[in-house]
Design a protein around this ligand. Structure first.
Ligand SMILES: NC(=O)C1=CN([C@@H]2O[C@H](COP(=O)(O)OP(=O)(O)OC[C@H]3O[C@@H](n4cnc5c(N)ncnc54)[C@H](OP(=O)(O)O)[C@@H]3O)[C@@H](O)[C@H]2O)C=CC1
Ligand SMILES: O=C(O)[C@@H]1CCC=N1
Length: 272
């Protein structure tokens, strides 16, 4: 399969992560272009990845196979209505916006092949994960194009039902922020225990990486891996009991529910 030509509409954080990951995987700069309303943003992404940039969204999509909508959900309706007359049959729309349904996109863009997906920022290091949903207009070749785009920057998992994107957003779209929060908190606690900040930070970061890699590589689940660290009446048990007494699991459950609910609310507020 040849590399599809891709235009990113909005060259912010997430577009940069996807473009950076694709370039690192060897996708040629000539296959990627981006538009952004900000001159500084355009210069930055062009200098960093050697891609062509455009001030006009309509110009950016001319002749591409895939249009990635990578603007904030709040900007989506206006951008789509402006872009609609310029989209050609056969162009695939990929939206990465939280909480904007394929039905809303179809209202603004017309009946088009649309893949909704929820990536995450570790895409920049090609360690991302995305959930993808294709509407019925998406052809087998277009499914492959979307998968090729997202699998260039990590794991790409198809979903049969669109509403599950809210759950993906809560788990992995927003997920890096939860792990960063834990890294911040563990680093601060380590520092309070007397470690130099840099040492506390490195210990925490490497532990997070090692634990994630063990969870992926192991044939037992995370609960069993946790039990293997937790010696009876030992140090880990003291920490885990403290987490549980503070309602850790319920807190995580409530946090992910809040994210999923916000995703559904955005759809309600911004989808009309
Ligand atoms: N960040 C993340 O971790 C993730 C984000 N997403 C989704 O990705 C999308 C983008 O998020 P993110 O990259 O963080 O956002 P950013 O604000 O970093 O990027 C959006 C870019 O689009 C520009 N822009 C705004 N309006 C227009 C327009 N009319 N035409 C062209 N460019 C425009 C913005 O400029 P300006 O700054 O001037 O507004 C900005 O540079 C969102 O929909 C979000 O839900 C999905 C998964 C993870
Ligand atoms: O916070 C947000 O709304 C976006 C979507 C997932 C990650 N960032």
């Amino acid at each position: 399969m040849t590399t599809p030509r891709i235009a990113f509409i909005g060259a912010g954080n997430m577009a940069a992560s996807l473009i950076g990951g694709m370039r690192a995987q060897g996708v040629g700069a000539e296959s990627i272009r981006a538009s952004d309303r900000g001159a500084e943003q355009r210069e930055k992404i062009s200098a960093q990845y050697g891609i062509d940039v455009f001030a006009s969204n309509a110009e950016a999509i001319n002749g591409v196979d895939v249009i990635v909508l990578s603007i904030k959900p709040q900007a989506m309706k206006e951008v789509c209505l402006d872009l609609a007359p310029h989209i050609k049959d056969g162009q695939l729309i990929v939206s990465i916006a939280a909480g904007i349904s394929s039905a809303s996109l179809a209202n603004w863009l017309g009946e088009r092949a649309i893949v909704r997906c929820m990536p995450n920022t570790p895409a920049l290091l090609r360690q991302g994960v995305s959930g993808l949903y294709a509407n019925p207009q998406v052809s087998a070749e277009q499914r492959q194009q979307a998968e090729q785009l997202l699998s260039a920057v990590g794991l790409a998992l198809w979903l049969d039902e669109e509403h599950l994107i809210d759950a993906v957003t809560a788990v992995s779209g927003s997920g890096p922020a939860y792990f960063f929060l834990l890294i911040e908190a563990m680093t601060a606690a380590g520092e309070k225990l007397g470690l130099p900040r840099e040492t506390a930070e490195k210990l925490t970061q490497q532990t997070a990486l090692g634990a994630a890699q063990m969870a992926i590589a192991s044939d037992v689940d995370a609960a069993e891996l946790r039990r293997r660290v937790t010696s009876p009446a030992g140090t880990t048990e003291a920490a885990i009991k403290t987490f549980q007494a503070g309602g850790f699991e319920a807190l995580v459950d409530a946090a992910l529910n809040a994210a999923a609910q916000r995703s559904a609310e955005l759809a309600e507020q911004l989808g009309k």
